[in-house]
Design a protein around this ligand. Structure first.
Ligand code: SF4
Ligand code: SF4
Length: 508
C-alpha cells in the first residue's frame, strides 16, 4: 500500500494550491473475472472495448434526459471547483467536479456532437483511448457520488449521475471495481454484503439478545424470519457485528420492544445496502431490491422499516417503488418505506418512550449529516425533515449537543470520504484525504464546545470514521450510532405504550 501523509488540520478551511497528477496513482483493485461475470458483466476488458463503450454512452445519454442536460449545460463558471472534499483533501485539479465531468463530457462531445466529430481540437473533444480509459478508472473512483457540488452549481449539474454512468460503461466493457462488484454478488446470492448465512445470523442475533438481557435484565427479542410480524426491518449487515453499528441495532430493538411493536428481520433480505447504485446499474439495483419485496411478501408483514444506512435510504426512498413495486400489499396508512428515525421520532413526539437523557451525560455530541440522506431523500412530512428528525432525536436523548459550522452540515454536509463504493482498503489514501473537510469542522466543535462524539446514521460513514479518525489524532470510538444514544437513554419497562392506539406511530 502506498505511503502518504495525512493532511494537517487547519483552523479554517483553505482552498489548496493545485497539484496536477497528485492522485493519478489512486485506483481501486479491478474485479476478478468470476466477480464480474456473476453480476452480468464481461470478465475482463473486451477486445472491441472502445466501440462498445461509445455505444453504451449513446444509450445512456438517450435514456436519461438529465444526463444529456448535465453534459450540455456546463458554462465553466467555476462555482463547483472548491466544493468537493476530494479536491480539498488532495489538491488534484481533476478532483474538481467540473474537471471530473469533463472526462466524460469531452468523450461525449467527440462522438456525439457535430463539432466534436469534425473539429475535435477546437471544442476540446477527446478520444476514448487507453489513456482516457485509465483516467476514467482512476478519477470516477475518486467521486463518492455525494452530490455536494450539485448544490452549488447554478444549473444543478449532478456529478454523481455522470460518475455512475461512467462506472456503468466501465463495467460494460469488463473493467469493474472489485470492492463493489464482489459485494453486489454476495447481496444477490446470500442476501447480505458480508455473505453471512442464516445460521450465523441467527447465532449473532441470539448473542445480542443475551447481551441486552445481561445489561438490562429485560428480554428484548431480535426476531428472524418471524411470519406475520407487523414490521420487516431491513438494515445494513454491518449492524449485525461492526462497532458502532451493532449498538444502533440494539437501540432499534429496544425501541420496538418499548413501544410493543411486532417486528422481524429477514435472512433472505438481510441487507439494506444496495451497491448497485454506486455502479449505476439499474439491473443489479433491482435484483437486490426484489429480495426485500420477496421477503416482505413471504413473511406477510404490513410495513417495511429501514435501519441506519445513507445510500440504502436513498434507494428505498427514491427508487424502491420503481425497482420493486408496487407495494400495495403493505399498510398504506404508514409511509412506504419508513426510516427507523421516523418511527423513533414519532414515538418520542407521542410520549410513547421513556427516555433518561442523563445516561448520555458523559458525552458531548455533534451530528454528521450523511450525503445520500441529506441530498437524495427526505424524512417525515416537512421539507428538510431529514435534518430536523435526527437532531430532535439526539436532543431528546442527551443534554449536550452542538452542530458543526453551517456550511458543513445539512444540505451542505461534507462526505465522510468513504461513500459511493469507495470504502475499500486499497483506497485508504483517498479516504483519509477526502475526510479532511469533515475533520476540520469536527475539530472546531471539539475545541470550541468540548465535543466528545460525532453521531451518524449511515453504516458507511460509521465504518469510514472509525478508520480515519485515528489518522487525525482522534479515537476510533468517537463516532457512534444515533440509536446507540436512544438505546442508552430508553427506560425499558417504563414505556407509556398503553396510552397509544395500536396504529399510532407515524402515518402518512
Ligand atoms: S459528487 Fe461529491 S465526490 Fe463527486 S465530484 Fe461532486 S462533490 Fe466531489
Ligand atoms: S458549477 Fe456547474 S456550470 Fe459551473 S463549472 Fe461547475 S458544473 Fe459547470
Amino acid at each position: 500500500m502506498i505511503d502518504f501523509e495525512t493532511p494537517v488540520l487547519k483552523e479554517y478551511p483553505i482552498i489548496p494550491l493545485i497539484q496536477p497528477g497528485a492522485m493519478a496513482h489512486s485506483k481501486p483493485y479491478v474485479a476478478r473475472q468470476d466477480l464480474q461475470e456473476k453480476i452480468g458483466f464481461p470478465g475482463e476488458l473486451i477486445d472491441d472495448w472502445q466501440d462498445i463503450a461509445i455505444k453504451k454512452m449513446g444509450e445512456l445519454v438517450s435514456k436519461s434526459r438529465a444526463l444529456l442536460v448535465f453534459l450540455d449545460s456546463c458554462v465553466k463558471c467555476g462555482a463547483c471547483t472548491d466544493k468537493c472534499h476530494y479536491f480539498l483533501g488532495t489538491a488534484d485539479p481533476v478532483n474538481m467536479p467540473v474537471a471530473r465531468q469533463d472526462l466524460f463530457r469531452d468523450v461525449y462531445r467527440r462522438y456525439y456532437t457535430f463539432a466534436g466529430r469534425n473539429f475535435p481540437k477546437l471544442v476540446g473533444a477527446r478520444e476514448f483511448d487507453r489513456e482516457m480509459l485509465d483516467l476514467w478508472y482512476s478519477y470516477f473512483h475518486q467521486c463518492s457520488q455525494c452530490r455536494r457540488c450539485s448544490v452549488y452549481c447554478p444549473f444543478g449539474i449532478d456529478t454523481a449521475e455522470i460518475s455512475m454512468a461512467a462506472r456503468e460503461i466501465l463495467d460494460t466493457i469488463g473493467v469493474g471495481q472489485k470492492y463493489c462488484n464482489e459485494i453486489i454478488g454476495k447481496a444477490q446470492t446470500i442476501g447480505n454484503n458480508l455473505g453471512l448465512p442464516k445460521p450465523a445470523l441467527k447465532d449473532t442475533l441470539e448473542g445480542l439478545e443475551e447481551d441486552i438481557e445481561d445489561e438490562t435484565g429485560v428480554k428484548v427479542r431480535l426476531p428472524l424470519d418471524q411470519k406475520n410480524a407487523d414490521i420487516l426491518l431491513v438494515t445494513p449487515s454491518a449492524d449485525f457485528f461492526a462497532e458502532p453499528q451493532v449498538d444502533g441495532l440494539i437501540g432499534y430493538a429496544k425501541v420496538f420492544h418499548a413501544a410493543d411493536l411486532s417486528w422481524t428481520l429477514s435472512s433472505h433480505a438481510s441487507e439494506a445496502a444496495n451497491f448497485g447504485m454506486f455502479i449505476g446499474s439499474y439491473e443489479n439495483m433491482q435484483k437486490i431490491s426484489m429480495r426485500i419485496r420477496d421477503a416482505a411478501l413471504e413473511l406477510g408483514v404490513k410495513r417495511i422499516v429501514f435501519g441506519e444506512c445513507g445510500h440504502a435510504w436513498r434507494v428505498a426512498y427514491s427508487f424502491m417503488n420503481t425497482l420493486a413495486g408496487p407495494f400495495d400489499f403493505l399498510d398504506q396508512s404508514y409511509p412506504v418505506p419508513q426510516h427507523i428515525c421516523e418511527v423513533t421520532h414519532d414515538l418520542i413526539q407521542r410520549n410513547a418512550l421513556t427516555l433518561d437523557k442523563s445516561t448520555n451525560d458523559d458525552r458531548v455530541l455533534t451530528f454528521h449529516d450523511s450525503c445520500n440522506i441529506s441530498r437524495g431523500s427526505r424524512m417525515g412530512n416537512i421539507p428538510g425533515g431529514q435534518f430536523v428528525i435526527p437532531r430532535e432525536i439526539i436532543k431528546a436523548t442527551c443534554n449536550h449537543f452542538y452542530d458543526m459550522a453551517d456550511d458543513t452540515i445539512k444540505e451542505a454536509t461534507f462526505c465522510c470520504g468513504g461513500g459511493g463504493g469507495l470504502l475499500a482498503d486499497d483506497l485508504i489514501e483517498l479516504r483519509v484525504k477526502g475526510a479532511l473537510p469533515r475533520m476540520e469542522a469536527l475539530k472546531q466543535v471539539v475545541e470550541n464546545h468540548s465535543v466528545t462524539h460525532m453521531v451518524a446514521i449511515c453504516a458507511i460513514c460509521k465504518s469510514q470514521f472509525s478508520r480515519v479518525l485515528p489518522y487525525y489524532g482522534l479515537e476510533m470510538d468517537q463516532v457512534i450510532s444515533l440509536h446507540q444514544l436512544v438505546g442508552n437513554a430508553i427506560v425499558l419497562g417504563g414505556s407509556k405504550q398503553n396510552s397509544l392506539s395500536a396504529n399510532s406511530d407515524v402515518k402518512t
